[in-house]
Design a protein around this ligand. Structure first.
Ligand SMILES: Cc1cc2nc3c(=O)[nH]c(=O)nc-3n(C[C@H](O)[C@H](O)[C@H](O)COP(=O)(O)O)c2cc1C
Length: 364
């Protein structure tokens, strides 16, 4: 049973960029691998997101801004007319259901495979992901990526800006730049993946430069409605950082003049000193994604006590991933303390048809 007194702020309206949100519950981006082989969002994706339109904000699953940025099969893109048209159907469905949707832009960097993109992945440095990458023929060893040239970097920055423009043309309310969880932007930030000796590697100001350039370019392209996702404490996909306590504050300081609409902190631990430091430095809204644990089942309260702790530590909005995946009407359930559908464990969260996707029941 949910303690509704500590979570009451979740149901208060707020403003994010130029958007008015009816509540502070955000659907976290979750790749569900149901786009076509050309990265075109499919009709069932429109249905899935529309079902979750009571979220204060939906942040849609990661979309790649160019061909080489593809991570896994079934990931949508945001660089062709057909992909834009597919996203338009999604955005229209969400808007018609009364919701608001941002599209997340993610370049995989070294997390990719020629079997998925037709291209050798690119990264700050030629260091392979320790592990495998999902391909149409199963898990394959991650290839050694090609080190990005400064021309590659310039073009990639432009690709993010172009993708943001397409997102807005598709009817999305804004975009989120994905700099978390070990993908390309995170690879530039981390000492384990960035061994460059040029202007994009080495010292903290150099390692944050690419991310700052991407956010600036997106800001120039679409104005205030873009957020940035980071995950300082989610050291997955071979990410290690010697100096996170200095790098992330420096990143926020560098972004202050650009002023993204929000900062989205994945794997947010309210007791971590770095979370407090980021909150103190960041003047704009902060979305925190509570740590519910990687394994299922999820906590019996659906994460509300973790959310309450983050609100008390200064978060303005709370994002949930798997609770929204399994509960199209999560907002109503948390508001009333109704029990949550558990995440199904008999079907994969990645790929497939309507089963375990659009067939989770709502209460009404
Ligand atoms: C199926 C699945 C797909 C995910 N895909 C993305 C993604 O595309 N982009 C991203 O930033 N995070 C992604 N994540 C991470 C979630 O946004 C979230 O941070 C994580 O699930 C923890 O939140 P939760 O405990 O509420 O599920 C994904 C998580 C899951 C379970």
């Amino acid at each position: 049973m949910t303690d509704t007194s500590t979570t009451a702020p979740l149901f208060a309206p707020t403003r994010l960029g130029s958007l008015d949100l009816p509540n502070r519950l955000v659907m976290a981006p979750m790749s569900r691998h149901r786009a076509t082989a050309d990265g075109v969002p499919t009709p069932i994706m429109a249905e899935y997101y529309a079902q979750r339109a009571t979220a204060g904000l939906i942040i849609a699953e990661a979309s790649t801004p160019n061909q080489v940025g593809y991570t896994y099969p079934g990931i949508p893109g945001l660089f062709t007319e057909a992909q834009t048209a597919g996203w338009r159907h999604v955005a229209e469905a969400v808007t018609a259901a009364g919701g608001r949707i941002f599209l997340q832009m993610e370049h995989g960097g070294r997390i990719g495979h020629p079997d998925n993109s037709g291209l050798v992945p690119v990264a700050p440095s030629p260091i392979a992901l320790p592990g495998t990458v999902q391909t149409p023929s199963g898990q394959r060893d991650a290839p050694v990526p090609r080190e990005m040239t400064t021309d590659d970097i310039r073009e990639t920055v432009a690709d993010f800006a172009a993708a943001a423009r397409l997102a807005v043309r598709a009817g999305a309310a804004g975009v989120e730049v994905h700099s978390a969880n070990g993908y390309l932007l995170n690879q530039f930030l981390a000492t384990s993946t960035n061994h460059r000796t040029d202007a994009y590697g080495g010292s903290v100001p150099r390692r944050i430069r690419f991310v700052v350039e991407v956010v600036e370019a997106v800001a120039d392209a679409i104005g205030p409605d873009r957020g940035l996702r980071i995950s300082p404490d989610n050291l997955i996909n071979g990410i290690a950082m010697d100096d996170a306590d200095r790098l992330f504050p420096a990143l926020l300081d560098a972004l202050a003049p650009v002023g993204p609409a929000y900062l989205h902190v994945g794997y947010a631990d309210p007791a971590a000193p770095l979370f407090g430091e980021l909150r103190r430095r960041w003047p704009a809204p902060l979305i925190a994604n509570p740590v519910l644990g990687r394994r299922l089942p999820l906590p019996a309260d659906g994460g509300t006590s973790a959310a309450a702790e983050l609100l008390a530590a200064g978060a303005d909005l709370i994002s949930f991933g798997r609770p929204f995946l399994a509960n199209p009407d999560l907002v109503a359930r948390l508001r009333t303390g109704a029990p949550l559908n558990p995440v199904r464990r008999d079907v994969s969260m990645y790929g497939g048809d309507a089963t375990g996707y659009t067939d989770y029941p709502s209460l009404t």
